[in-house]
Design a protein around this ligand. Structure first.
Ligand SMILES: Nc1nc2c(ncn2[C@@H]2O[C@H](COP(=O)(O)OP(=O)(O)OP(=O)(O)O)[C@@H](O)[C@H]2O)c(=O)[nH]1
Length: 410
């Protein structure tokens, strides 16, 4: 479990930080008022990160920062003002970043920064650069931001590592490298890793005019010219990782049905088409349609109907957690079952059908029961629409045979 230490001596500011932390940080948090109290906490617990006020009544010269860093706790500093001398001092000490407390938004920024850094933990970053020194500098900076850092000394090695390891979420690549340069690397990797899966920042030495635009055109998210300032590096990485998360979140929303959280019809069709084309003999498709659902709506209202749909979806998720499950219409669901044994598939669907028939659906304290009809088809019947039509015909037969049954397309 991640744990954060927040040190702030002002009562009002600590109250604001407590409030923001409760909104944005889902981790264990300890709040301290002073260096003395911070020492006590640090002796008792291991911290992932610290957010500390630079000056405290018992530590006027930033001793608390020195203390957290000595304990190897990555530290973000809150400070009311900063001059060039103290900025240098802090960077030399090795703080992750500093936030100037000059307006209301600073605290929100600081807490969101902590949240962003916590999300970096466990994320792999790959540094591709032929200079050992550059790699070492970037490793140090990225590790401060809690990334797990990997290194490649040329483009080919980087490409190989990226193809093997899908946990790598960030690539920092130099332009000039032996065997494969940065452009070739970005072009090659963008063929199979989209902007929602991998963030890329291009790097280049001084005097390499025009490289930034080229890197971005080839698919990089951003660009950094060497030598860069600590703060610039930090901000660019943060911003790029934020983008990566936002794109992934938007994509996830676009794939999901708003009511049940299952995959929606569009995503189901895209994925099923790929699966059935690649290995048609490896899957069986089940289409499920709740019986006489209209009467549930008529009796319990649309909200009651929605509640039943959500409960059915939850049951499907838990029973078929190893399969692709989607809501493809109002009260219609699809399950892609792996394997080619129709008897096994039929048994699994009958088990589900029986379980659903025994399920008590609770609508505002009122209990009701529902049943489902199911059509099954092999996935080697040609195109996706032909396969869907086959399963649909079987489903239609199940409905015609008084519902609450499983029929296999033949
Ligand atoms: N509550 C709710 N109802 C929906 C939703 N989408 C579709 N429906 C309703 O689902 C019902 C489907 O009714 P029908 O197609 O007549 O089928 P049925 O009553 O289930 O009868 P059979 O399929 O023949 O067993 C309609 O009343 C739709 O309004 C939804 O998102 N929420």
């Amino acid at each position: 479990m991640q744990r954060v230490l927040i040190v702030e001596d002002s009562k009002v500011v600590q109250q604001v930080l407590r409030h923001l932390a409760s909104l944005y940080l889902e981790v264990e948090i300890d709040f301290a008022w002073s260096l003395k109290e911070s020492r006590e906490y640090l002796s008792k617990h291991q911290y992932t990160l610290a957010l500390v006020d630079l000056t405290l009544p018992d530590a006027m010269d930033g001793e608390v920062v020195q203390h957290t860093l000595r304990q190897n706790v990555p530290t973000v500093v809150l400070t009311s003002k900063i001059d060039e001398y103290s900025r240098q001092q802090m960077l030399e000490l090795g703080v992750v970043d500093y936030v100037i407390k000059d307006n209301r938004d600073s605290y929100l920024y600081a807490v969101k920064l902590v949240s962003r850094l916590l999300r970096n933990q466990g994320c792999k970053a790959l540094v591709a650069d032929d200079s050992m020194i550059s790699r070492a500098v970037m490793r140090q900076m990225l590790e401060k931001q809690l990334f797990t850092v990997l290194e490649a000394q040329d483009g080919e090695q980087a490409l190989h590592m990226l193809k093997e390891d899908y946990e790598i979420k960030l690539l920092l690549t130099d332009y000039a490298m032996p065997t494969m340069d940065g452009f070739e690397l970005v072009k090659a990797i963008r063929n199979n890793r989209g902007r929602d899966e991998l963030a890329i920042i291009g790097l280049s030495g001084a005097g390499s005019h025009g490289l930034s635009a080229k890197f971005i055109k080839f698919g990089a998210n951003d660009f950094l010219a060497k030598p860069f300032m600590n703060e610039e590096f930090h901000c660019r990485i943060m911003q790029t990782m934020e983008q990566l998360n936002l794109i992934a979140e938007i994509k996830e929303y676009a794939h999901r049905d708003y009511l049940t959280g299952l995959y929606n019809r569009r995503f189901f069709c895209q994925q099923a088409e790929k699966l059935f084309k690649a290995k048609p003999e490896q899957y069986i498709l089940a289409l499920l349609d709740l019986d006489l659902f209209k009467s549930i709506n008529d009796q319990y209202g649309h909200e009651g109907g929605d509640s039943v749909l959500t409960q059915v979806a939850d049951l499907l998720k838990s029973v078929f957690n190893h399969c692709m499950v989607a809501r493809i219409g109002g009260e219609e669901f699809a399950v892609v079952l792996p394997g080619n044994d129709m008897q096994v598939a039929e048994r699994a669907m009958n088990d589900f059908r029986n379980r659903l028939a025994k399920t008590q659906f609770d609508i505002n304290g009122e209990i009701l029961f529902s049943t489902v009809s199911i059509g099954l088809a092999f996935c080697n019947h040609g195109s996706l629409s032909q396969i869907m039509r086959a399963a649909d015909k079987a489903l239609y037969q199940a409905k015609a045979q008084q519902r609450n049954r499983v029929v296999v397309y033949s």
